[in-house]
Design a protein around this ligand. Sequence first.
Ligand SMILES: [Fe+2]
Ligand SMILES: [Fe+2]
Length: 200
Amino acid sequence: MDDTQHGAAERAKFREMKEGTAEDWAIIGGEYMAFAKGLPDRVLDHLKLLDGDFGGFPVDRLEHSLQTATRAHRDGRDERYVVMALLHDIGDTLGSYNHPEVAASIIKPFVSEEVHWICQNHGAFQGYYYFHFLGMDQNAREKFRGHEHFEACREFCEKYDQAAFDPDYDSESLEFFEPMVRRVMARPLASMYAKALAKE
Ligand SMILES: [Fe+2]
Ligand SMILES: [Fe+2]
């Protein structure tokens, strides 16, 4: 993506979108395909920002992510679930006050509604293990009681997320999970852009 490459590339002619033509959008559409294919690389690069970020925890955020994913994988979870487990805290950097929603948005086109829900709401369920130490409501998750995915989210936190702070656990490496991320993110299950992507 260096400047020379970009300078040579064809560009749309409009100054306002309402002047756009089919020709313009053929150019942009072609660029979008290539850009979308780079998503797994950008996600993996961003995940690496968690390396060395301990925040006071016994393991850094990258190890916590790898450990959560490894535990889910060894417990027989499918690939989409494991990728969610790997990425569930990727929003810590840019979504420091709402990190579950960042990860949930990134994985949403590639996972089931249940797996998305687990990711989006894991913060309140994780709170069961520590909110009371911070003067918060340990039972914050109770507001979701009765929801069809309550048990699935409780289970994710109990078995994998809250359990993934062991410095002595033999987690798989990021390289181990890379092919899974690439396969899961190769094509969206659902996206408002799916029709354009399908033309490819
Ligand atoms: Fe989290
Ligand atoms: Fe976590």
